[in-house]
Design a protein around this ligand. Structure first.
Ligand SMILES: [Zn+2]
Ligand SMILES: [Zn+2]
Length: 86
C-alpha cells in the first residue's frame, strides 16, 4: 500500500481549524466552534473559483460576523486561503 501524498480531508480540516482557533506550541486540536468554522471554510474553498472572492467570505465565517469581519479574522482568512489553495 502506498501512502497518500495528498492531504486527506481530515488533515485539511485539522490544519484549517487550528489556523482559525489560533496556533500555539503544543496545541494539537481546535475547539468545537472552530472545527465547525473550518468545516464551512474548507467546503467553501472547494466550491469557489477565485481566491480573491473567497477572502471576505472566509473572514466572515471565521469572525462569525454578518459581513463585517474584524482585522484579526481577515488575517486568519488570508492565511487559511494560502494553506488550502496554495
Ligand atoms: Zn477555537
Ligand atoms: Zn473577528
Amino acid at each position: 500500500m502506498s501512502t497518500a501524498t495528498i492531504p486527506s480531508r481530515v488533515d485539511l480540516l485539522r490544519e484549517a481549524s487550528l489556523t482559525i482557533c489560533g496556533r500555539r506550541e503544543g496545541k494539537t486540536k481546535a475547539c468545537n466552534s472552530c472545527l465547525r468554522k473550518a468545516d464551512a471554510a474548507v467546503r467553501l474553498t472547494r466550491t469557489a473559483e477565485q481566491n480573491h472572492d473567497l477572502a471576505p467570505h472566509l473572514a466572515d465565517i471565521i469572525c462569525g460576523s454578518a459581513g463585517h469581519p474584524c482585522g484579526t479574522c481577515w488575517d486568519k482568512a488570508i492565511t487559511l486561503l494560502l494553506e488550502l489553495r496554495g
